[in-house]
Design a protein around this ligand. Structure first.
Ligand code: SF4
Length: 139
C-alpha cells in the first residue's frame, strides 16, 4: 500500500501487530488518538478523519471543505475563489494548492486519494498509517 511510502520500514513489525491484534490496536488508539487529534485540531483544524493527508496538501486539512471532497475542488468554486457552500470561506483547495508550493514533495498534491474509510474516523492517523489499513492512503 502506498501509505507505507511515508512509514519507515523499521515500523513494519508494529504494523503487523496492529493488523493481527485488533485489541492491541484498539488500546493503543485509545491511548494515542486523543493526544494526536487534539494537537492536530489546534495546529491544523483537523477533523479527525483518521486518514491524514496533511503532508500531501501543504499541511492544510481538506476535511474542512464543507463537502469534504478529497480529490480536487468541486465545480462550485466562486469566481473570487470562495466556497459555494460557505461564501465567506476561501476554497480549501485553493489554500492547499498555494501552501503546498512551500513544502517539499509538491507532486504529492496531484495524487488521487482513496475514498475515506469512515470506520477510521476519530482514530489515530499515525497508527492507521503504520498499520497500512485500506483507505488510509492512495489508490
Ligand atoms: S486529513 Fe484527517 S487526520 Fe489529517 S488533519 Fe485532516 S481530518 Fe485530521
Amino acid at each position: 500500500m502506498e501509505t507505507k511510502e511515508h512509514v519507515p520500514a523499521m515500523l513494519e513489525p508494529i504494523g503487523q501487530v496492529l493488523r493481527r491484534h485488533p485489541k492491541v490496536n484498539l488500546q493503543l488508539n485509545r491511548a494515542l488518538a486523543p493526544f494526536e487529534n487534539s494537537a492536530k485540531v489546534l495546529l491544523f483544524s483537523c477533523n479527525m478523519c483518521g486518514q491524514c493527508l496533511l503532508h500531501e496538501n501543504g499541511y492544510t486539512c481538506l476535511m474542512n471543505c464543507p463537502k469534504q471532497v478529497r480529490n480536487g475542488p468541486c465545480g462550485g468554486v466562486r469566481m473570487n475563489g470562495h466556497c459555494e457552500v460557505k461564501p465567506e470561506m476561501e476554497c480549501i483547495w485553493l489554500k492547499a494548492e498555494r501552501r503546498s508550493r512551500r513544502f517539499p514533495g509538491r507532486y504529492l498534491f496531484l495524487r488521487i486519494h482513496a475514498p475515506l474509510d469512515w470506520r477510521r474516523k476519530g482514530s489515530s492517523a499515525i497508527l492507521n498509517a503504520v498499520a497500512g489499513w485500506p483507505g488510509n492512503g492512495k489508490e
